[in-house]
Design a protein around this ligand. Structure first.
Ligand code: MN
Length: 263
């Protein structure tokens, strides 16, 4: 069993080491991670400059630090380091939840999406922090859950081009729930401040609104003290709407004759 383990918090983040020690019981783990933190990198890839891989010594063994994004780590880890021999992609364990629509910003989830693009069973695992400055988060349970789910999807593979997004609370949990993406809307998304010369600058962050949790969503079950597992798919198409638009006169754009539009 050959496992590609990546993250977006950087090669020296504690979460990836916890995941490695747990996944090592399953097989050979290749730790390939950004050389510096790249949270909220989304699914970005590096196209216009060269990428470097540096071997680094980590507690538990060698790691590969990549000068790019989390998705770059999957590409280089798979092609260069593992020579395309990879049974499982795990991304995490991220310091901080990845819920609802935030998965589109998430480097953690996007790296697992890249595993799904490659047709490899993939999961992303995130630890819910108790507060924004959670000094010493406890990854123990998240590492156990990572191993448990990895075993499950290897035994019983997911459909092609799907992945699991796993979020684990700290402390005692009530169990595990299979969920859907809740809505996560933020207030105070952009904060304006002023530098010493009086010019404005901006911080993006935001405070999640708490009054919008649908029962059974990822956001909701975590509030109830459960681990959340959301199956995600690469196909973001709204198939119901696409079908409606095809049948609606309002959306009808007349077909052009071949002669009328040929160059
Ligand atoms: Mn992160």
């Amino acid at each position: 069993m050959r496992i590609l383990l990546v993250n977006d918090d950087g090669i020296y983040a504690p979460g990836i080491l916890e995941a490695r020690s747990s996944l090592s019981r399953l097989g050979e783990v290749f730790v390939v991670a950004p050389e510096r933190p790249r949270s909220a990198a989304g699914h970005a890839i590096t196209l216009h400059k060269p990428l470097r891989i540096a071997q680094v010594s980590l507690p538990g063994g060698t790691g590969y630090a990549v000068s790019g994004t989390p998705t770059d780590c999957v590409a280089l880890g798979y092609d260069v380091i593992m020579l395309s021999q990879c049974d499982l992609v795990v991304s995490g364990i991220n310091a901080g939840a990845n819920l609802g629509w935030d998965v589109t910003y998430s480097g953690t989830v996007s790296a697992a999406m890249e595993g799904a693009v490659l047709g490899i069973p993939s999961l992303a695992v995130s630890l819910v922090l108790k507060e924004e400055r959670d000094a010493a988060p406890d990854y123990t349970l998240a590492a156990e859950i990572t191993l448990w789910i990895a075993q499950k999807i290897l035994e019983n593979p997911l459909p092609a081009h799907t992945l699991l997004n796993v979020n684990v609370p700290q402390g005692v949990v009530r169990g595990l729930r299979y969920t859907f993406q809740g809505s996560r809307e933020y207030e105070e998304r952009v904060v304006e401040r002023h530098d010493p010369s009086g010019r404005p600058y901006y911080w993006q962050a935001g405070v999640p609104r708490v009054n919008n949790t649908e029962a059974g969503s990822d956001v909701h079950v975590l509030e109830e003290g459960y681990v959340s597992v959301t199956p995600l798919q690469l196909d973001m198409t709204n198939h119901v709407l696409a079908e409606k638009m095809r049948g609606a006169a309002f959306w009808h754009y007349p077909d052009q004759s071949a002669s009328g539009h040929s160059a």
